[in-house]
Write a protein that binds this ligand. Structure first.
Ligand SMILES: C[S@@+](CC[C@H](N)C(=O)[O-])C[C@H]1O[C@@H](n2cnc3c(N)ncnc32)[C@H](O)[C@@H]1O
Length: 234
């Protein structure tokens, strides 16, 4: 890791370590509760491949892994860099008595799994935080089986100018205000919103996926383009 990458890594890790307790609640407010629906959709897409081995990268508080665990005969590995986010995931998994999810502290850029191992990889609201996006994508490619699917849910900036204006109001005014009221950590949320702005636009990101070696990129636009699901094959 070079210096600026490692500074970014530490900053991102510290942000998630500090916001873990209110992360789920804030996510409900920021997406107007839509994120749960989109996370269920990830499991619905995955189920079509009858996957046995699944990896959920940047699993955070575990919602996507929990949805995926309902797939018969599946075994899910959930990885994240934040111990505090994983603690919340552990608590939920124990309360729900789920026994087919294994959680690990691990970076997307240095996955501790063998080549061609997983049938499905999911990444929910994680790729834009990777300290090295190219490396994170190529590691996902490496551990995914041939014909396996990578499913990415990520925020995006709407293209329609009116929707984009509303989106700017929501991200510049509504979210900082609710972040201040409910978490007191406005700066952390502004940093995370900026990572959306700095993330490559949809077309550029699709180009990066093809360049990594993936094929057949399908996209599903959510909430007028404020989030996108990318379904990609190896
Ligand atoms: C916005 S949360 C998403 C959590 C969960 N996937 C969801 O959809 O609610 C982003 C997560 O990515 C993790 N993360 C950030 N950079 C990472 C990296 N390089 N490798 C693995 N996890 C990372 C953070 O610790 C955080 O838990």
């Amino acid at each position: 890791m070079n210096n600026s990458k490692s500074t970014n890594f530490v900053r991102i890790k510290n942000i998630f370590e500090s916001i873990s307790n209110e992360y789920d609640f804030m996510n409900d407010l920021m997406t107007f509760r839509n994120h749960s629906k989109w996370k269920k959709e990830i499991a619905e897409i995955a189920i079509a491949s009858s996957p046995k081995r699944i990896l959920d990268i940047a699993t955070g508080t575990g919602d996507i892994a929990i949805n995926l665990s309902k797939i018969n005969g599946s075994k899910i590995e959930g990885v994240d860099i934040s111990g505090n986010m994983l603690k919340i995931a552990h608590k939920k998994i124990n309360e729900l008595k789920i026994d087919n999810i294994n959680l690990k502290t691990c970076e997307a850029e240095n996955l501790v799994f063998n080549d061609n191992h997983f049938d499905i990889i999911s990444i929910g609201y994680g790729v834009r935080n990777f300290s090295n996006l190219d490396k994170g994508l190529s590691e996902s490619y490496r551990v995914l089986k041939k014909d396996g699917k990578l499913i990415i849910l990520e925020t995006s900036v709407p293209e329609n100018p009116i929707i984009k204006f509303l989106y700017t109001l929501i991200t510049r005014i509504y979210i900082p205000i609710i972040a201040f009221i409910f978490s007191g950590k406005t700066k952390a949320y502004i940093y995370l919103l900026d990572s959306t702005k700095n993330f490559p636009p949809k077309n550029k990101f699709i180009e990066m996926l093809y360049k990594t070696g993936f094929k057949k990129v399908e996209t599903r636009r959510k909430l007028y383009g404020a989030s996108t699901i990318y379904i990609v094959s190896k």
